[in-house]
Structures are given as C-alpha cells and as structure tokens.
Design a protein around this ligand. Structure first.
Ligand code: NAD
Length: 192
C-alpha cells in the first residue's frame, strides 16, 4: 500500500467526511479526523481503527474558531507523518425561506461553511507548503452553483466555497498544492 502521508478530514465523525475518511484509509493515507464533539469522534475513531490500526488520530476542533483550529493542528504531525492532504467536509445545512432567515443564522452558516473552510485550509496549507506539496478538497454543494429554494444562507456559503477554491487553486499552485472542490447533490446523511 502506498504511503501518501497524513490527510486531515474535518467533519470526519459523520456522513460524507466519515465516508471519505474510510476511503482514504483504504487507499494508504493516515488520517486526522477533526470534529466538534468527543462522542461522535470516538465512535468514528473506533471504526477507523478496526479498518486499519494505528493510522488515525482524532482531534476536537471548531472550524469556525481560529484559535481552536490552530490548537487542534499544533504538533499534529509529531511522530505521525507529514500532512499532505485536507478534506474540508465540516458544515451545517439550513433550509429557511428568505424572509424568515435571521442575520444570526445567515452569519452562522457562513462562519462554519465558508470561514471555517478558509481557516483550516490556510493552517493545513502552511504545513503542506513546508513539505513542498499537498492537495486540498473543499466540499461545496450544487446549492452553491444554482439558486435552490430556502438556501439563501447555505447556497451563499457554498458559492463562496467554490470561489475560494478557485482563488486558492491559483495562489497555491506555485507551492505545488492542488485545490479542488466537489459539489455533491443530495446525500443521505445526518445533515439532511
Ligand atoms: N448530505 C448532503 O446532501 C450534502 C450535499 C452537498 C454538500 N454537502 C456538504 O457535505 C459536507 C458534509 O455534510 P454531511 O452531509 O456529511 O453532514 P453531517 O452532518 O453528516 O457531517 C457534518 C459534520 O461536520 C461537523 N461540524 C459541523 N460544524 C462543525 C464545526 N464548526 N467544526 C467542526 N466540525 C463541524 C458535524 O459535527 C458533523 O460531524 C458539508 O459541508 C455539507 O454542506 C452535503
């Protein structure tokens, strides 16, 4: 099995993030799964340990909180391996009619889905830059590509993720860091 190095998967305790974690592990990556709460992280970690022992670390992290991201990634490579991959899957969904969308909800969705993606990508990208290469995948959504009912906050956040990805792809290419986004349609997960 090829040793690719370490991939960080945010939102790795559930849904698409956990499915990606399983696939990366099977493909030879070591993993750092990052998520909000200890219980779901422990359950996901135990499952991934059964798939391949001693290849997964888990870390509590709020992607929208810069200090939490920096603390979560501090020393994460020590005795483990170089970070060469990042999947930004942490996110929340909100389905609210436009006139019933509060500023608080709008800001929260942008904070987690867009600002969180930016913070983790910047911090993990710094690690990749020191190793001379890396790959980042941001999970966007078809709701970021077209106007879906009830998706003013969510769609704006994912549209932002797509543009952020394009800018990062241009800026990080000279660092040998590839940046792409995936825009899934509906997937049956706890989010939906
Ligand atoms: N399920 C779908 O239909 C669908 C479609 C398109 C895009 N997506 C996107 O895929 C990604 C994963 O969604 P999912 O369906 O797997 O949902 P999910 O709820 O199963 O997983 C999302 C994970 O992100 C974590 N998370 C939420 N806020 C966080 C924060 N502030 N810091 C760290 N972790 C946080 C949650 O705890 C959860 O474990 C999201 O970005 C979502 O917008 C999902």
């Amino acid at each position: 099995m090829t040793d690719h190095g370490v991939a960080i998967v945010t939102g790795g305790a559930s849904g698409i993030g956990l499915a990606i974690a399983r696939a990366l592990l099977g493909d030879g990556w070591k993993l750092i799964i990052a998520d909000l709460a200890q219980g779901p992280l422990d359950a996901a970690h135990a499952e991934l340990e059964r798939l391949r022992p001693n290849a997964t670390k888990s870390v509590i992290m709020d992607v929208a909180d810069e200090a939490s991201v920096i603390a979560g990634l501090e020393g994460c490579e020590d005795g483990f391996g170089p970070v060469r991959g990042l999947v930004n899957s942490a996110g929340i969904g909100r389905d609210t009619p436009f006139f019933e969308t509060s500023v608080e909800v709008f800001r929260k969705v942008l904070d987690i889905n867009l600002v969180g993606t930016f913070i983790v990508a910047r911090e993990a990208g710094k690690l990749m830059r020191t190793h001379g290469r890396g790959a980042i995948v941001n999970i966007a959504s078809i709701s970021g590509q077209r106007g879906n009912l009830g998706r003013s906050a969510y769609g704006a956040s994912k549209g932002g993720v797509i543009t952020l990805t394009q800018v990062m792809a241009c800026e990080l290419a000279p660092e040998n860091i590839r940046v792409n986004a995936i825009a899934p349609g509906p997937v049956e997960t706890p989010l939906v």
